[in-house]
Design a protein around this ligand. Structure first.
Ligand SMILES: N[C@@H](CCC(=O)N[C@@H](CS)C(=O)NCC(=O)O)C(=O)O
Length: 222
């Protein structure tokens, strides 16, 4: 269950940063994962991308989620939100990550996300060959799989920021055609992905909230 506070209690919590979020967005998911791991308290405002509230657009003119508004600072990139939360509290040591981890996130957000979109939304890209795009995505997943057959997580025995930043996108790719994905022999990636999607943390960050409405009580997260 999520916690809702009446307005008088909300007044006491005015300084709580606001997280604008959309449940199914993988960028918003990675932000919620880091906020959940850090236990940094935020007021979560779920939005619909097809019906963005004016208050959201006033905070984030580029109109993407996730966004954190601390009252003095607006953070409009998911990686920066992860770093913002973990810099305050990082009990699992997610930031204890070699430079390679940043490189993996760069590859995820760049070529892999592009190939994922070109595969998932192939009808929007008639000039591209969806099989080529899926192959490009698979090159990245094979690299991850090589790592994950040696160690439980991408960079060794422990979960790091790179794992949690990349997993929501791998999940999105796997969901395009789960039967096909399962037949690719990505045993390491599949184990890593299943552990993630079966985790209590994943359940916690995927909880459903009604879209935020102006004047409503705060939704406390995590
Ligand atoms: N680089 C941004 C990308 C965020 C992004 O593109 N989010 C998507 C949703 S998954 C979005 O808000 N798109 C705007 C829209 O669909 O109107 C980040 O890392 O936060």
């Amino acid at each position: 269950m999520f916690k809702i506070l009446p307005p008088e209690a909300s007044n006491l919590l005015q300084s709580r940063p606001i997280l604008w979020s959309f449940r199914r967005c993988p960028y918003a998911m990675r932000a919620r994962l880091a906020i959940h791991a850090s236990s940094v308290p935020v007021a979560l405002r779920e939005i619909l991308l097809r019906d963005k509230p004016a208050e959201f657009l006033a905070t984030s003119p580029k109109g993407t989620v996730p966004v954190v508004d601390t009252g003095t600072q607006v953070i409009a990139e998911s990686r920066d939100i992860m770093l913002w939360a973990l810099a305050q509290n990082d009990p699992e040591g997610w930031l204890n990550m070699p430079q390679q981890g940043r490189g993996l996130i760069d590859h995820c957000d760049g070529p892999f996300k592009a190939a994922l979109d070109h595969t998932k939304y192939a009808v929007r890209y008639p000039e591209l060959d969806p099989e080529d795009e899926r192959r490009k995505a698979m090159d990245f997943l094979r690299d991850l799989d090589a790592r994950l057959t040696i160690t439980p997580f991408l960079l060794g025995p422990e979960r790091r920021m790179a794992d949690m930043a990349i997993l929501p996108f791998v999940r999105q790719f796997a969901q395009i055609d789960r039967a096909w994905f399962d037949a690719q022999g990505l045993d390491g990636v599949s184990r890593w992905l299943d552990e993630f999607t079966n985790s209590a943390r994943f359940a916690a960050v995927m909880q459903k909230y009604p879209p935020w409405q102006s004047g409503q009580d705060q939704v406390l997260f995590p």
